[in-house]
Design a protein around this ligand. Structure first.
Ligand SMILES: Cc1cc2nc3c(=O)[nH]c(=O)nc-3n(C[C@H](O)[C@H](O)[C@H](O)COP(=O)(O)OP(=O)(O)OC[C@H]3O[C@@H](n4cnc5c(N)ncnc54)[C@H](O)[C@@H]3O)c2cc1C
Length: 395
């Protein structure tokens, strides 16, 4: 029986679209299935979240032709300032000392998502949108899928299926891959503030008694806020008058940027760590948030997903150009093996940061303050930390 596609990607978010773009120009027949139309994606409140892109991620976006169209909308991070509320420890990283132009960039998720969607629409990739994957069976030579498209059923076959369909992945569920969920009991509050003092391209990460707080530069006097609070506190902060929100924010953040005022709606994202027990089954594999949905404390979610995409695209490209079957088990196994160390490292790092910095137990507070102070005084260790924050090093 003829196979419809070499590759079917389920999910046209950041990971799925980047994978489609990374595999252009080598003669692969690709289809992409996405549940939301471009208009729905653009209008979604989730698009308001600001993403800190590591330098490594920006480099990949550039390589796949996706950076030049959004570079003007992104703000460079040239300094990172990490502090612990009420304690002396702090550390600072700078692009200049790391001998790079920028430690990373900040961009609204909406801007990058809609740009990637438009770029993929301009390629030979067959788009099924709005369409939802409803069933799949992985066989010996191909994987068979059923979708709901234009309110009717469609069946497709492919050599390889990639599930890039996010934290609530249908592919993961249909493959019966167990997921491990850690509910942090926390919500990320997201908004944008204007400040009387310029941020000088500084990203602030402040660990407060009530949870981590990040202010990321989006223009000289505007910063995106990502503030983690317990669910009940977040609910209060979402519904309280703006003035109360700002005074609570100011009390947690301090006056590093002078007086703050709110310039965008407040949005809420409940937080949990979701980790898939396996990444493959037969001719299907999962990438990005479908494998690992992280707490945003270290801004690593998409950066980690991008490294999945790069690795998988490299394996597929090499096998395809050698005339081999891109859905064969050895290829998928190599991909899975290649990604495990990075996944464990980033997941454990992020999870530990949440736990260590959400705890005010005296000994722990002292230890983390000593840690931050020591880090500030050890150039080699700090340089390693900076490389990691930039996504230039995953270990
Ligand atoms: C508040 C917050 C702040 C963050 N900050 C950062 C940051 O600073 N840096 C960073 O690197 N990361 C950050 N992240 C994480 C980042 O947003 C995610 O890691 C990233 O969006 C995951 O991309 P993805 O493509 O894997 O999944 P998603 O973006 O979830 O995309 C999945 C896509 O699949 C589609 N889909 C789902 N089910 C189906 C189906 N059955 N059929 C067809 N299509 C389907 C969905 O419509 C969606 O378009 C943050 C997250 C949050 C919540």
């Amino acid at each position: 029986m003829p196979i419809d596609y070499d590759l079917v990607i389920v999910g046209g978010g950041l990971a799925g679209n980047c994978l489609a773009l990374a595999l252009q120009g080598i003669g692969l027949k690709i289809a992409l299935i996405e549940a939301q139309t471009a208009g729905q994606l653009y209008a979604s409140a989730a698009g308001d979240r600001a993403l800190a892109l590591a330098a490594g991620t920006v480099h990949v976006l550039d390589t796949i032709g996706a950076w030049s169209g959004i570079a003007a909308k992104a703000e460079a991070i040239r300094h990172i300032h990490v502090s612990d509320q009420g304690h002396f420890g702090k550390t600072r990283l700078s692009a200049e000392k790391s001998q790079v132009d920028a430690l990373g960039y900040v961009i609204a998720a909406r801007d990058i998502e809609s740009h990637l969607t438009a770029l993929v629409a301009d390629t030979d990739t067959r788009l099924f949108c709005p369409a939802r994957l409803t069933g799949l069976v992985s066989g010996h030579d191909s994987v068979n899928m059923s979708l709901k498209f234009d309110n009717g059923p469609v069946n497709l076959t492919a050599r390889l299926l990639v599930g890039a369909d996010g934290g609530q992945s249908s592919v993961r569920k249909l493959l019966d891959i167990t997921q491990h969920t850690t509910d942090y009991g926390q919500t990320a509050l997201v908004s944008t503030v204007k400040s009387t003092l310029a941020n000088h391209n500084t990203a602030y990460e402040r660990f407060t008694r009530s949870g981590p707080l990040a202010l990321l530069p989006v223009s000289p006097h505007h910063s995106a806020v990502v503030w983690t609070r317990r669910h009940d506190e977040a609910e209060d902060l979402l519904s309280c008058p703006e003035a109360d929100f700002i005074s609570a924010l100011q009390a947690s953040f301090g006056y590093w940027l002078g007086e703050l005022s709110l310039v965008a709606p407040r949005r809420a994202f409940p937080l949990s760590l979701i980790r898939a027990e396996r990444m493959m089954c037969g001719r299907a594999v999962i990438v990005g948030n479908a494998v690992h949905q992280l707490h945003p404390v270290a801004g690593q979610g998409f950066n980690l997903g991008m490294r999945d995409v790069v690795q998988l695209a490299e394996f597929i490209r090499t096998e395809h150009l050698q005339g081999k079957d891109i859905g064969a088990t050895p290829l998928i196994n190599s991909y899975v093996r290649a990604r495990q160390k990075d996944h464990s490292h980033v997941i454990n790092l992020t999870d530990s940061l949440v736990k260590i910095f959400s705890n005010d137990w005296l000994a722990l507070a002292a230890a983390r303050n000593i840690g931050l102070t020591v880090l500030d005084r050890l150039p080699m260790v700090k340089a390693r930390f900076a490389r990691q924050a930039m996504g230039l090093s995953s270990q």
